[in-house]
Design a protein around this ligand. Structure first.
Ligand code: ZN
Length: 266
């Protein structure tokens, strides 16, 4: 801590007050120094420029994370647990989520295990770089962590905007989401995350046969596997079940056979 203070005073010169986040230092075992804010003692231009420069490049090293898993792998519960831990430590964090269904009223991230947190909506046309930059400038507080649920629904451009926030401000951004859609193809947002993320982590869950789940299969009201349709179904009756690749294939064969029998009976 002393060393960090000395080093920062070398970087910033005199007359700049630095506020530390003690918890952050501990959490990162002293490897990284996170600044909450850098406030000049006087308002002259040089100091402002210095502040501006520091604000944007404060030697914080942020990371873009992609934590993916199939449906039901407790991604949202993990996000909310993470949020709870940040609260306990008094850290600055923000939860965000893309809005998929306009009928959703409450801006909350909710888990099946019963916990929830308020979140900021991300609209399909939201410029995330602009949105977050504006928030940091207005509040003079750069968030330490941003947690995003359902990140597969973000556009590739929005992922690029998040990556810029990580690089410009040293914010850590954790994107939780699905890797692939019901046809086993990458979501656009997930593809971009795979391409850009510093850290990619799989959240594993188990199929009823004991193998690892890979596929988010869509099933209709009769329990048949659905293979055609839009990538995102809003308000439909279809449900999803996460399966291993082998069970997915067997279930598709079963569904096809069942439909063929029905057809012959008629
Ligand atoms: Zn299986």
């Amino acid at each position: 801590m002393l060393l960090a203070t000395w080093w920062l005073s070398q970087v910033t010169g005199e007359g700049v007050l630095i506020t530390f986040f003690g918890q952050n230092l501990r959490q990162n075992e002293g490897k990284r120094v996170t600044l909450l804010s850098v406030l000049p003692h006087n308002g002259d231009k040089m100091q402002n420029d210095k502040q501006e420069a520091l604000f944007h490049n404060m030697n914080r090293i942020g990371k873009l994370y992609f934590k993916y898993g199939t449906m039901g792998s407790a991604k949202t519960a993990m996000l909310l647990t993470q949020a709870y831990n940040f609260e306990e430590r008094g850290m600055q964090y923000l939860c965000m989520k893309p809005i998929i269904d306009d009928r959703e009223k409450d801006n909350v991230i909710r888990s099946r295990i019963g916990i929830e947190r308020k979140c900021s909506w991300i609209y399909p046309d939201s410029d995330l770089h602009e949105m977050l930059k504006e928030m940091f400038d207005r509040t003079q507080v750069v968030k330490d962590w941003i947690l995003i649920d359902e990140a597969q629904f973000l556009s590739p451009t929005q992922i690029d905007q998040l990556a810029r926030i990580v690089d410009d401000y040293g914010v850590n951004i954790v994107c939780y989401g699905l890797r692939t859609d019901f046809q086993s193809h990458l979501f656009e947002g997930s593809r971009r995350l795979m391409e850009l993320a510093d850290t990619i982590e799989e959240i594993k869950s188990t199929c009823s046969c004991g193998r690892k789940t890979i596929i988010n299969a869509r099933i209709d009201s009769q329990g048949n596997i659905v293979t055609d349709g839009n990538q995102v179904e809003i308000g439909g009756d279809d449900k999803y079940v996460s399966l291993c690749r082998r069970c997915w294939r067997n279930r598709r064969i079963e569904s096809t056979n069942r439909n063929a029998i029905k057809f012959n009976d008629e």
